[in-house]
Design a protein around this ligand. Sequence first.
Ligand code: NI
Length: 137
Amino acid sequence: MSDLTRFGVSLEKALLEEFDRALKEQNYSTRSKAIGDLIRQSLAERRWKKGKASAGAITLVYNHHKKELLNKLISIQHDYHNLIISSQHVHLDHDQCLEIIAVKGNPGELESLYLKLKSEKGVGYASLTSAMAGKIK
Ligand code: NI
C-alpha cells in the first residue's frame, strides 16, 4: 500500500454500528481495510459491467456419475481454452466434484462460457466471480 490519503466519512450512527459488528464477524482489524475492500469490490463490479474487467473464477459443483457430464464439461472448456488460465478439481465425496476454473478475457465471452457450463444437466451449483484486473486509476 502506498500514498495513503485520509478522508472523513459521515454516517448514521445505527449504520456505522451495524458495519462495525459486520467487521468484527469478518475479523477486520480496521475500518480502513474494510472500506478499502468494499470500494475495490464495487469498482471491480463496475468494470465488469462496463466490459473492462477481465479476470475471475467459475466455480462448479457437479455429480460425476451423471452420464457424459464430465466429457461435456471438458469439451466446453476446450472450446474456450483461450479464456482459461487454470482449473482445479476437488473430489468432494463419492459423488460430488468441485471445480474451480480461473478465467481471463472479455467479460461477455467469460459470461458465455459460464452459462454453457452452468446449463449442463447435473451441474448442481455454479457461480462466476469477477475479480479486479489491472490497476485502479
Ligand atoms: Ni471428482
